[in-house]
Design a protein. Structure first.
Length: 259
């Protein structure tokens, strides 16, 4: 009898085979769009923003913006790689009901898909970090650690999104995530401007958002200004959110995919 790890790897292998046929269509959304945003905002508008020590910590706007965009793009990729595929594939004719009719357990289906999601967001983060380094936006070798930090940020969103999406009858509710979750977080989690520029009454709300933890972690690593105790807080927050999502996902996958 195959072990649980072997069964999960079989599910992962399915997603890899599928991705070989569809990877071209994902390049624009997961890699090209954030990189174009980096060029337009970081290089273009960045020339108009001075390195104000009170706002940007004495660095130019590109160095400030790029690692924030790395985390924000990771969040977006995490949701794209989880909510849409899970909601679509759990319906009739999707991959989930077919897999549930095989010896695969719901946990195997979950683990295999999560492994694929993690590999996708890690690859996208690595490409983004390489490009921002080529643009001179990284100021420290610690930017290498920003890649797994961005991937953790992505999975902190992907796991709860997958746990929710597997309960949906179709993909239509997923569209609301970008309107009510992704865009507000993009705008108010420190990606484009320092949190200190917001009113003091709003800042505690921002500090409680998962993306702010990812942005601050990636930025401090890229700039070489990381405070390791604070970095541990960021890591713990993101890991706890992802862990909670995983616990819920195990239950929702079993409830909705049990053959």
């Amino acid at each position: 009898m195959a072990t649980a790890d072997a069964m999960a790897f079989r599910a992962y292998h399915y997603w890899i085979l599928r991705y070989r046929r569809t990877w071209r269509g994902t390049v624009v959304i997961s890699i090209a769009n954030p990189l174009l945003f980096l060029v337009a905002m970081g290089v273009g508008i960045g020339r108009l923003v001075g390195p104000d020590p009170a706002v940007l910590g004495g660095v130019d706007y590109l160095a400030f913006f790029a690692p924030g965009m790395l985390a924000a793009a990771a969040m977006q990729n995490g949701i794209i790689e989880s909510a849409f595929p899970v909601a679509f594939n759990r319906g009739p004719g999707g991959a989930y009901p077919v897999a549930a009719g095989t010896p695969l357990e719901p946990e195997d289906i979950l683990h295999g898909h999560l492994l694929f999601m993690a590999s996708r967001v890690l690859l996208s983060a690595a490409v983004f970090a390489a490009v921002m380094t080529a643009f001179g936006a990284a100021r420290s070798p610690l930017v290498l650690l920003a890649v797994p930090a961005a991937a953790l940020t992505a999975m902190a969103f992907a796991l709860p999104a997958a746990a929710w999406a597997v309960t949906l009858p179709d993909v239509r509710p997923v569209n609301g995530i970008f309107k009510w979750v992704v865009m507000p977080l993009y705008l108010f989690s420190g990606t484009f401007f320092a949190i200190e520029q917001l009113p003091e009454v709003v800042r505690p709300v921002v500090y409680a958002t998962p993306l702010w933890h990812g942005v601050d972690l990636c930025r401090s690593l890229s700039l070489g200004t990381v405070s390791w105790p604070l970095a541990l807080v960021h890591l713990g927050y993101l890991a706890a959110l992802g862990g909670a999502g995983y616990v819920v996902a195990r239950r929702t996958y079993r409830r909705h995919l049990h053959a």
